[in-house]
Design a protein around this ligand. Structure first.
Ligand SMILES: NC(=O)c1ccc[n+]([C@@H]2O[C@H](COP(=O)([O-])OP(=O)(O)OC[C@H]3O[C@@H](n4cnc5c(N)ncnc54)[C@H](OP(=O)(O)O)[C@@H]3O)[C@@H](O)[C@H]2O)c1
Length: 269
């Protein structure tokens, strides 16, 4: 099984090199399924982790994984009563990212922070990307520094560094302000990890290897929200993850001869 996974990853790496020749694949890849077991991470048991966007599709899974490790979770929700009815084991805080005053004190008494909030402006046009993707989380980051938080993990996105720095609306503005938040976190002085997923999907976690490569790379692949949650939780207490920004994706190439069926799918010139 491990051999097969490694073979799949290598096959993917070769085809992937054509897409991003400036990335050193050998150095860049870190995937599940290596022969040597990963190092045992420091326990976070008994610690408190603040998760923003804890009702979201990535956030919920982060919460479940943390609770399973004996971690206390403080979660933000726009409807805290509804969130509590669904998950009573979280300390829910009613927080609206459009109102900075609702965020005061969120970082007090927490050991680590996960930021997963997403503006989703196509679903909620009242969500200004500047506010939801930048100003509100930046206020939490500022508080985190004052509170001496041990680690901040941000769920950002690929393509943030190539976004239009003047974009005012839509996905362009979301990327622009995510990028500003990344920069703010790097400058904050708090230990951090920036996780940049490619396109997210909701297939079950763990079906395909996870790959991490440095930087902001438009990999032609997807990643499950569950696998992103796993990477986030692992990064929270992992000294090797500190001060790093990387792209995460699933290695989904079906098999070593999968390219043969690609002829039919290629568009004619
Ligand atoms: N979709 C993709 O393909 C993709 C790719 C790369 C990165 N990402 C990023 O990955 C992250 C996680 O994505 P996801 O799929 O888990 O997102 P999601 O399911 O849409 O969850 C978004 C979370 O943000 C919260 N939120 C939205 N507006 C808010 C506001 N004004 N105040 C407070 N909370 C607010 C939502 O709360 P409610 O429950 O109250 O709505 C929800 O908890 C996001 O930052 C997203 O931009 C997405």
């Amino acid at each position: 099984m491990i051999k097969r996974r490694t073979a799949l990853t290598s096959a993917f790496a070769l085809s992937f090199m054509a897409h991003c020749g400036n990335v050193t694949i050998n150095k860049a890849f870190a995937q599940e399924g290596r022969a040597a077991p990963p190092p045992v991470l420091p326990s976070m048991k008994g610690e408190t982790v603040l998760v923003t966007g804890a009702t979201g599709r990535v956030g919920k899974q982060v919460v479940e994984m943390l609770l399973a490790q004996g971690v206390k979770v403080r979660g933000t929700a726009r409807d805290a009563a509804k969130a509590k009815a669904e998950q009573p084991n979280v300390e829910w805080i009613q927080a609206e990212f459009k109102q900075l005053e609702s965020l005061k004190g969120l970082a007090n008494g927490v050991d680590r922070i996960v930021l997963t909030t997403g503006a989703n402006t196509f679903r909620d046009p009242t969500n200004s990307p500047e506010m939801v993707e930048f100003r509100a989380p930046a206020a939490i980051v500022d508080e985190a520094k004052a509170a001496g938080v041990k680690q901040i993990v941000l769920v950002s996105s690929v393509s943030v560094t190539t976004s239009d720095p003047t974009a005012a609306q839509g996905i362009g503005a979301v990327m622009r302000w995510k990028n500003e938040l990344e920069k703010r976190i790097r400058k904050s002085g708090s230990p951090y990890t920036v996780v940049r997923p490619v396109g997210l999907w909701d297939k079950p976690r763990g079906e395909n290897p996870i790959a991490l490569i440095p930087g902001d790379v438009q990999v032609p692949s997807m990643v499950t929200r569950g696998d992103v949650a796993l990477v986030v939780v692992d990064a929270l207490a992992n000294p090797d993850a500190r001060g790093k920004s990387f792209t995460v994706f699933n290695v989904t190439h079906p098999d070593l001869t999968g390219w043969k069926s690609a002829f039919a799918k290629l568009p004619r010139d």
